[in-house]
Design a protein around this ligand. Structure first.
Ligand code: PLP
Length: 397
């Protein structure tokens, strides 16, 4: 049996990036608004919008910046309440706070998806916007969410940071709400170290976000057919300067062609491991929703019939076998456990989300892993479960 694989290293950046980076280093042309046309950032926006089937794209410094600019583009009043899932990355409530808004946390179920009853109960008249995080690529029921949001007249921002390549009823994730936001941070499907992009079909949201991202004076003229809308907002909006560098765009552009392969291999790796873990009585990988075709680069599963001590022993045993398991609620200072978002002040408890976080495990599973490496991951996880959990007893013995 092969030993557990390295799941942290990134894939190499495609060779095609090198010539373009060399050209940029030679010319020193790193700022997106210097060239008259066809700057790498501009080309990335055009290519990404086309890939996603959306009208406008704006590349920015991070997905956090994209979320912040999305909220700002919606022109929400100060202290506006924004619904967010209680299971997300700390960047999401942080972006809400950054935009001078107040997050309201919605319960998330043991399948990592928004609890629709709690969502409906909390979608009250004072909610001005909704952010849905497709956390680790798990898609909440977007049909139900959009129906409730549309009925209430509340705009939805999709945090698809870690969901590129996922589809819902055949539609690209990030194109369902008013705005979709993606990340190019190294742990996401497209890796530039840092970076993000937002997409929308709404020309006014796009124009406002373009100006606030830092298209100062008349730089917005380099955003193609957005000129008229941008002219309307000239000098009326703050400039937050959250632009992307040409170097980052040059690193991302040749990776766009890799997306279908990464999605295909990531999903087949995930499903292979999920199937094996589901044979084990103490491990459960929740199934995808019917409308969802996933693009995972990690696997999440719940520990069944284990107490806190057994859950910790499971993680320790898996680590000894070479596989690092993070239990969201049991690892110290985890940025995805809502009780660690102390910057929000006192929050009501969310028992359902809390119970899920205490048993939900997270294991990286990059698309590049081979079958032998996947088998080694499976052996470590099943071995750790067998070592710490009560063996499932047959009745009558
Ligand atoms: C990574 C991530 C973010 C933040 O992305 P950055 O580009 O690092 O700002 C936000 N939400 C989710 C769900 C993420 O996975």
């Amino acid at each position: 049996m092969s030993k557990a694989p390295d799941v942290y290293s990134a894939e190499p950046i495609p060779d095609a990036a090198r010539a373009e980076i060399e050209r940029l280093l030679q010319s020193g042309d790193l700022f997106r608004y210097t060239a008259e046309q066809d700057a790498p950032v501009t080309l990335l926006e055009q290519e990404f919008a086309q890939m996603m089937g959306s009208k406008y794209a704006l590349a920015v410094a991070s997905c956090s910046a994209a979320l912040f600019l999305s909220l700002k583009a919606l022109d929400l009043p100060r202290d506006a309440k924004v619904l967010i899932p209680a299971f997300t990355f700390a960047a999401v409530p942080s972006a809400v706070v950054h935009a001078d808004c107040v997050p309201v946390l919605v319960e998330v179920g043991e399948n990592y998806r928004v609890d629709l009853d709690d969502f409906a109960a909390k979608l009250t008249g004072d909610i001005k916007a909704i952010i849905i995080s497709h956390m680790r690529g798990h898609t909440s029921d977007m049909d139900a969410i959009m129906a409730m949001a549309d009925a209430a007249g509340v705009p939805v921002i999709e945090d698809a940071a870690h969901s590129l390549g996922t589809t819902w009823n055949g539609r690209n994730i990030g194109t369902i709400g008013a705005i979709g936001c993606f990340s190019f941070q190294s742990y996401k499907l497209l890796n530039a170290g840092e970076g993000g992009i937002l997409i929308t079909d709404d020309p006014d949201l796009a124009a406002r976000a373009i100006i606030m991202s830092g298209a100062y004076e008349h730089a917005w003229k380099k955003h193609g057919d957005m000129a008229e809308r941008c002219a309307h907002w000239q000098n009326k909006l703050p400039l937050y300067n959250q632009r992307l560098s040409n170097l980052s765009a040059a690193i991302i552009r040749p990776q766009l062609a890799e997306v279908p392969r990464r999605v295909r291999d990531g999903l087949s790796n995930h499903d292979y491991v999920a199937n094996a873990l589901n044979q084990c009585d103490n491990l459960d990988v929740p199934p995808p929703l019917k409308a969802e075709a996933r693009a995972p680069d990690s696997i999440q599963f719940n520990l069944i019939g284990m107490d806190d001590a057994q859950a910790k022993a499971f993680a320790a045993s898996a680590a000894e076998r070479g596989v690092k398991v993070q239990i969201f609620g049991l690892s110290t200072d985890n940025a995805r456990a809502f009780w660690n978002w102390q910057f929000l002040g006192d929050q009501p408890d969310l028992p359902r989300t809390r119970a899920m976080l205490m048993r939900a495990c997270d294991v990286r599973l990059p698309a590049r892993l081979t079958k032998d490496e996947l088998d080694a991951v499976i052996a470590a996880l099943v071995g750790a479960s067998d070592a710490v959990a009560e063996p499932a007893r047959a009745y009558g013995t």
